[in-house]
Design a protein around this ligand. Structure first.
Ligand SMILES: Nc1ncnc2c1ncn2[C@@H]1O[C@H](COP(=O)(O)OP(=O)(O)OP(=O)(O)O)[C@@H](O)[C@H]1O
Length: 273
């Protein structure tokens, strides 16, 4: 569980990035963390994982203050950074050394995922491509069975077949009691996975809603024309017509279009639920 109350943080004292930020998330959710470039997504993940120290307010993860980095905290959280640093070890050797740090590490799960990603256990991590390294660290993160998983741009560098495998391994191997936060711009890669959207803008959380509540209230669809449509919350032109967000009519729910929702929120459209 993550609890953030009135958090302030800035890289420079003159211009804080976050001021009075509040966020509370329970385990059992997969959260899509969205926001424009520079909004602070990576910084927030670093604060949650204890790589940066909060300057004001409160931040606890499973009851621990992250920056204290006590072993019981560290063994139950895993942060997959956008650009992971990996030592000059084979996968096999890495698992022996680092797997032992996580009390619930599941070696069988690890082998299933590295097979799915077509990685070779006797290959040195340093000699792998960026995409292969990303796949390895995602496999490792999932296998730790940590209570909190933080994934920063996890599909960045993955080819098209690997993105499909990524979605499948997340569905198959995330446990019901984990809290997973995925920060990404590649929203199509995670659209079907996430059950909650958190959108950061100007140092604040400007939108925080469950996906099922959004799709219960709003339809996301492509139409030929918007003339005659009542109560269009947001629209944008696309080849052959318009992509629109409109209220659900007669229980006719659609799937969430995260990109459209992102654009609506970024254009200050109120999506009240
Ligand atoms: N080490 C640092 N020193 C100073 N400023 C930093 C540092 N790291 C990030 N910043 C600044 O903090 C702000 C937030 O950066 P952050 O990387 O958290 O954003 P982001 O939402 O993850 O962006 P992106 O979507 O581009 O990855 C940016 O303005 C960035 O320039």
């Amino acid at each position: 569980m993550i609890a953030i109350n009135n958090l302030s943080y800035g890289y420079s004292k003159q211009k804080p990035l976050f001021e009075d930020l509040n966020l509370s998330q329970n385990n059992g959710n997969i959260i899509g963390l969205l926001g424009k470039n520079g909004a602070g997504k990576t910084t927030l993940l670093k604060l949650i994982s204890g790589l940066l120290e909060i300057q004001k307010g409160e931040l606890t993860v499973n009851g621990f203050e992250p920056f204290k980095r006590v072993p019981d905290f560290l063994s139950n959280i895993f942060f997959v950074s956008d650009d992971p640093f990996l030592p000059s070890l084979t996968i096999k050797a890495y698992l022996k050394v680092y797997g032992a740090l996580y009390k619930n590490f599941d070696f069988e799960k690890m082998h299933k995922i590295i097979d799915a990603f077509e990685l070779k256990a006797d290959k040195k991590l340093k000699n792998m491509s960026f995409g292969q390294q990303k796949k390895f660290i995602i496999a490792f993160a999932l296998s730790t069975n940590c209570s909190v998983l933080l994934l920063d741009e996890p599909t960045n560098g993955l080819d098209i077949p690997s993105k499909k495998i990524f979605r499948k391994v997340l569905v198959d191997f995330i446990e019901d009691d984990q809290l997973v936060i995925i920060s990404t711009h590649q929203v199509k890669d995670v659209e079907t996975l996430i059950d909650k959207i958190v959108h950061i803008e100007n140092g604040r959380i400007v939108f925080e809603k469950d996906v099922f509540k959004i799709t219960e209230k709003f339809q996301f669809k492509t139409v030929n024309t918007i003339s005659g449509l009542l109560d269009v919350k947001y629209s944008e032109k696309c080849p052959g017509g318009y992509r629109v967000i409109i209220p659900v009519i007669e229980n006719e729910e659609t799937e969430l279009d995260i990109e459209l929702l992102f654009n609506a929120i970024s254009n200050n459209v109120e999506i009240n639920i």
